[in-house]
Design a protein around this ligand. Structure first.
Ligand SMILES: [Fe+2]
Length: 493
């Protein structure tokens, strides 16, 4: 008998755990899926096997579930499987939850205490944040540990991936950065030498997936460094004041608290240089999770993202002893510009658009001067807030922004629906802006749809609605992999 899940925000309503592994052949499509869409959209969903051992927990602790929408000749198939991490296997065997507070191993059941990569108890990681495909490998990533490799077709788990034993960092970000020109994958890991350490690794894997660079440096304090950015000329490491403390963890406290007495730091180094060459900038406390893009223009480095006033996660706010009303945490969508020609350690901030999250751009624009980006926001005029995902109210509006002019177009879903992160799908037609696909949560029916829209024309609405006969618990991130990239990887099909 499995214990019931709590009725708290992270487990109630549309956030209720799903725990469904499935294959659905030929989803019902209303409208037309263009034949030039040929590939697989992978998504990572936190989905706990068992109710929290300590009575409650955050959404972000959920076991990693990887799903795949496979698009071929206008048809769409669906597959969903758990990532069979060490943690998943231990809990499966025990038929209950064995791990305590979010990323606090000192609160774990004695049977698994001491879990870590390379130990007999294995990794504590849940691999629930981002699926990436690089060097012929599909990896399920979460920043608390190394990646887990999956078969890209069957989604079977192959094992933890340490770059053939070369990776020293104990962790790997879920926000890697691909250089589409040369195929290099840039990534980092914070808490790289263990819990609450200030050590950060910076790594590059070449096009074939071989680790060709790994360097370590120290950040001013141990921070939840969720994302970073890379331009053709520079690497950018933002450090925001959501902080970890080992003594607090050892006494059974939270891994993360929001600590606004600390400044924000941003480290910038020339690409190809050493981490010894990082130059630090500093500014007021800010909270941010995802960078839309960054590029270098002469002596200036531009970084575009949704800036927040305070950490948005309720479980971190609670651990920090603060109460924030909905909407109070969000700031604007901004550009920070760092002028490397000036001796100042400050940046300039410019407003780009209304606050929002889950940014995407076309892969061709990664790391270079660009104009078009997409992100999501909650617009109260489009409908009352609905619970979906780890922050609380789900988004209901997709935005397309031209960052140079500030021109914005949008598409809101009807009241009663929320949207999950979009993926950008390139078109095979020259000059075409491509498509966006995103899961739409139909709360009243407790079901999901995928809306496919023309990226250049959001107000037109969906050109296809793909019906999923299930409620798809909110994913964190996803990525599009073309059929051509997957060619030759079908041996396990
Ligand atoms: Fe993220």
């Amino acid at each position: 008998m499995s214990k019931p899940f709590p009725s708290s925000m992270d487990f109630a309503g549309y956030n209720a755990p799903s725990r469904v592994e499935c294959d659905i052949y030929d989803l019902v499509v209303e409208g037309q899926v263009p034949a030039d869409i040929d590939g697989t959209w992978y998504r990572s969903i936190p989905d706990p096997q068992y109710a929290p051992m300590l009575g409650d927990d955050t959404y972000l602790s959920g076991d990693g579930m990887v799903s795949a929408f496979v698009f071929e000749n206008g048809h769409v198939d669906y597959r969903m499987r758990y990532v069979q991490t060490d943690r998943w296997k231990h809990e499966r065997k025990a038929r209950r939850s064995l791990y305590g507070l979010y990323r606090n191993p000192y609160t774990d059941d004695p049977s698994v205490r001491g879990s870590a990569a390379g130990t007999s108890k294995g990794s504590r990681g849940v691999a629930n944040t981002t699926p990436i495909f690089h060097g012929g490998r599909l990896l399920a990533l979460k920043e608390d540990s190394r990646g887990w490799e999956l078969d890209p077709i069957t989604l079977e788990t192959r094992g933890e991936w340490d770059y053939d034993g070369k990776l020293r960092s104990q962790t790997m970000t879920a926000h890697t950065r691909l250089d589409p020109e040369n195929g290099e994958l840039h990534f980092f890991g914070y808490e790289a030498s263990g819990l609450a350490t200030r050590d950060v690794s910076y790594c590059i894997a070449d096009k074939s997936g071989s680790l060709v660079k790994e360097e370590f440096f120290e950040v001013p304090y141990c921070s939840m460094m969720h994302d970073f950015a890379v331009t053709k000329e520079h690497v950018i490491f933002p450090v925001f004041p959501t902080t970890a403390d080992l003594a607090r963890m050892k006494s059974g406290g939270a891994h993360w608290v929001w600590e606004p007495t600390k400044e924000t730091f941003v480290g910038i180094m020339p690409r190809g240089a050493s981490v010894k060459d990082i130059r630090w900038f500093r500014g007021p406390p800010t909270s941010a999770y995802h960078f839309m893009n960054a590029y270098t223009e002469g002596s200036k480095v531009h970084l575009d993202f949704g800036a927040g006033k305070v950490n948005p996660f309720p479980f971190i706010q609670q651990a920090s002893g603060i109460q924030v009303q909905p909407g109070e945490a969000a700031g604007d969508y901004v550009r920070w510009t760092f002028d490397l020609a000036r001796p100042s350690d400050r940046w300039e901030e410019y407003k780009l658009g209304p606050g929002g999250e889950m940014p995407r751009i076309a892969e061709k624009d990664f790391m270079v001067d660009y104009d078009v980006g997409y992100y999501q926001t909650y617009n109260p005029e489009a409908g009352p807030p609905l619970l979906c995902g780890p922050v609380g109210a789900g988004f209901n509006t997709m935005l397309r922004i031209e960052v140079k002019s500030g021109r914005i177009t949008s598409l809101a879903v009807p009241p009663g629906m929320t949207i999950q992160e979009a993926v950008h799908i390139p078109s095979k037609k020259a000059g075409d802006e491509g498509y966006l696909a995103f899961v739409v949560d139909v709360h009243e029916k407790n079901l999901s749809e995928v809306w496919l829209v023309e990226a250049a024309n959001l107000p037109k609405g969906p050109i296809a609605r793909i019906h999923v006969p299930l409620r798809l618990r909110a994913a964190v991130h996803g990525n599009w992999v073309t059929a051509a990239e997957l060619e030759g990887r079908k041996r396990a099909a």
